[in-house]
Ligand binder design. Structure first.
Ligand code: TXA
Ligand code: MG
Length: 354
């Protein structure tokens, strides 16, 4: 299949510029498009065949449900049932934006879209191109992140191209996304609302509106075990992993962390393994001369900058052929919790504490 490639400037476009993409969606095809979190791989959420194509293009297990993207509140009532008052308050605070909520689903959303579950994940994105695409096509867009299953989510159109060129109908390129990690997921289909995936909207931001909100226990349990299953099916899979072996060195004393990382880097360079260090703007100079490639994922004072670069850096590890990757850790409060959730998965929970 030839994948069409179209640039759309998010600050300067006309809705007509999206007509080709809308036609593809309406006829059951797949279009990768930008959202404020990561690029999504979109298809018509009401068509089982479109959802099946999404699973095939990504190589994604079909028990891992898709998020349905909408542009207004009427659409929520059209696809979901039993919408609690608290959910409306959360929606008022954080939609459109980097938030997904889970509800009981209506029959018009086929089982293929929800991986056989009787619930549906719904998100109202704020990205102008995503919103225009949903509105103009008149389609509820089922969209997982537009990466091959297991790889880091795409934060630039070139990441999508790297994974899905020739497998989907079209890629819309609107430049790098703003947030860089996927939406926070809040389960509103249960008695006590539960955060299933951390994101830009953190625990305290939810608690302001939903005082009884809880965290899926698997999010703080460390390495996944048979005893503790994450409730979001996608959270149980190996994810974000670069091809090289990745380890995180954690500790409060920056100097000790740097010493350990330098020691590991030298050891592995001596063994002939191409080694890379993931550092921050504040600490990168501590790793000069250890033989490894050193990349900064952003400033420790601005977790948003770290989130925005993280997946690009993880992909960069493959481009430079890194065989051994040593990363600093980041504070895991607020958005840092979401950042560390992604980093731990990328490192398959391999952590050295100093
Ligand atoms: O920011 C985002 O959410 C991006 C953009 C494109 O919107 N999308 C995204 O989709 O990250 P995906 O498919 O990569 O991740 C969706 C997650 C998976 O972990 C999936 O298991 C979970 O949401 N999920 C979807 N429907 C669910 C449901 N009914 N119950 C529990 N978890 C669900
Ligand atoms: Mg994903």
């Amino acid at each position: 299949m030839k994948t069409l490639y179209k640039k759309i400037d998010p600050e300067d476009f006309r809705d007509e510029d999206l007509d080709e993409a809308c036609e593809i969606l309406k006829s059951g095809g797949l279009v990768a498009f930008p959202t404020e979190t990561v690029y999504g791989l979109g298809g018509d959420a009401e068509r089982a065949d479109a959802s099946e194509k999404i699973y095939a293009a990504k190589g994604r297990p079909s028990d891992n449900p898709l998020i349905v993207h909408i542009a207004d509140m009427d659409s929520l009532y059209d696809i979901a049932e039993e919408i609690p008052e608290q959910a409306l308050q959360v929606a008022k605070a954080y939609w459109p934006g980097p938030l997904t909520m889970i509800f009981k689903k209506k029959d018009k959303i086929p089982d293929e879209t929800t991986g056989g579950l009787d619930t549906v994940a719904v998100r109202m994105p704020s990205h102008p191109v995503a919103r225009a695409l949903i509105r103009r096509s008149g389609v509820y867009i089922a969209a997982p992140s537009a990466n091959t299953s297991g790889r880091p989510s795409p934060t630039k159109a070139c990441h999508v191209k790297e994974d899905l060129d020739g497998k989907i109908d079209m890629i819309i390129d609107s430049g790098p996304v703003g947030i860089g990690i996927e939406s926070s997921i809040l389960d509103m289909s249960v008695e006590t609302p539960m955060i299933l995936r951390p994101g830009y909207i953190d625990f305290d931001m939810f608690r302001k509106i939903v005082p009884n909100v809880t965290l899926d226990p698997s999010l703080t349990a460390g390495k996944p075990s048979k005893a503790i299953h994450p409730k979001a099916p996608g959270m149980k899979y190996r994810h974000y992993a670069p091809k090289g072996n990745m380890v995180i060195v954690a500790g409060h004393d920056r100097k000790k962390v740097a010493e350990k990382i330098n020691q590991l880097a030298r050891e592995h360079e001596l063994l002939g393994a191409r080694t890379a260090v993931i550092a921050s703007d504040e600490t990168r100079s501590l790793y000069e001369g250890n033989g490894a490639v050193v990349l900064s994922t952003g400033s420790r004072n601005e977790p948003g900058s770290v989130a925005a670069r993280l997946f690009d850096i993880l992909r960069e590890m493959d481009h430079i052929g890194a065989e051994y990757i040593i990363s600093e850790s980041f504070d895991d409060d607020k958005m840092g919790f979401a950042i560390m959730n992604r980093m731990l998965k990328a490192a398959a929970y391999h952590v050295i504490k100093v």
